[in-house]
Design a protein around this ligand. Structure first.
Ligand SMILES: [Ca+2]
Length: 309
């Protein structure tokens, strides 16, 4: 007789701007494909959060994961920083009119605080969008975020800016998620919570090329079809997998190196290390790209979520 030993699953909350850049969809798909996680909720941040939530609800419906609550974070204006207008995303059309699964009514900050207080020291909070909801959490309940087991954030540009794996850009950038809400970013950085930042230094090393996209397309499962459809509507040639890499840090820490650092926000949205101060976080330094993509694809190709009927 076979003995089955069940591991306790890791509780997570996933705060994202799904429907913007395409990597949130790849990250959510990795989460749904990973039995290690117990997903307490998927929370939307930035801009048209109601449209983002609709995309999440449809993904959950197609994969039979309607048990996961979708939470609509507060809408913000359609700008990144003060000068970049955000377009109406092509991905929103993918879920236009979809209402078979609806988000829950609770405000995002309330949902996050409630879960952190219900499961102190047990919840990993993952943020892969501007951290508006997290700023709201800290304003309402300054101690709550410290109750997270850990926070993993796709956030910052410490040594590299927006470049590619072949051509790294050594000019550091005002990274999108920091710039998307710099006031909330300052609150996160100063929160005293246990945080690892996965910045452009590692995320710009991981790209999803045409060969991988084609293989994913041919899998023809509800989950992989959803990612492929969203990728086409997104319209770019080759996704950079910023947000999926951040989720990968939790699943496969052996593929990453990190260093402790004291990080502060300088200017509008630069993440700066102060070498003279006691560390307040960890930052991701390297990623094993080949092995990451291999494991990621294995998850996508071997899952069997949703009905094929
Ligand atoms: Ca994102």
């Amino acid at each position: 007789m076979q003995t089955v030993i069940s591991q306790p699953r890791q509780k997570i909350i996933f705060d994202c701007d799904l429907g913007g850049d395409i990597d949130d969809a790849f990250a959510l798909a990795l989460i749904l494909s990973s039995p290690e996680f117990e997903v307490l909720g998927i929370v939307m941040d930035h801009g048209l959060t109601n449209k983002r939530a609709q995309v999440a609800c449809k993904m959950l419906y197609l994969t039979n994961r309607e048990d996961i609550p979708v939470v609509v974070g507060r809408k913000t204006n359609q700008m990144v920083g003060t000068d970049i207008p955000a377009d109406y995303s092509g991905q929103y059309y993918w879920a236009e009119g979809f209402d078979k699964v609806k988000p829950i009514a609770k405000p995002a900050s309330e949902f996050i605080i409630e879960n952190l207080r219900k499961y102190p020291g047990e919840v990993i909070l993952i943020t892969v969008g501007p951290v508006t909801n997290i700023g709201d959490v800290i304003r309402k309940d300054p101690e709550a975020l410290k109750l997270a087991k850990h926070v993993y954030s796709m956030f910052g540009s410490f040594y590299l800016g927006y470049g590619t794996a072949d051509e790294p850009n050594t000019v550091i950038a005002q990274e999108w998620n920091v710039r998307g809400d710099s006031e909330a970013s300052k609150l996160l950085v100063g929160s005293g919570a246990s945080i690892t930042y996965c910045g452009l230094d590692v995320t710009t090393k991981v790209w999803f090329d045409k060969e991988l996209q084609f293989k994913l397309l041919m899998r023809q499962s509800p989950l992989t079809d959803a990612i492929c459809g969203l990728t086409v509507l997104w319209g770019g040639d080759k996704p950079c997998l910023h947000d999926a890499v951040t989720v990968g840090m939790i699943l496969w820490p052996d593929l990453f190196t990190t260093r402790p650092a004291f990080v502060k926000i300088s200017g509008e949205a630069y993440t700066v290390i102060d070498e003279g101060k006691e560390p307040n976080c960890e930052i991701a330094m390297t990623v094993n790209t080949g092995e990451f993509l291999k494991r990621l694809m294995h998850r996508y190709l071997t899952q069997s979520l949703g009905d094929l009927d």
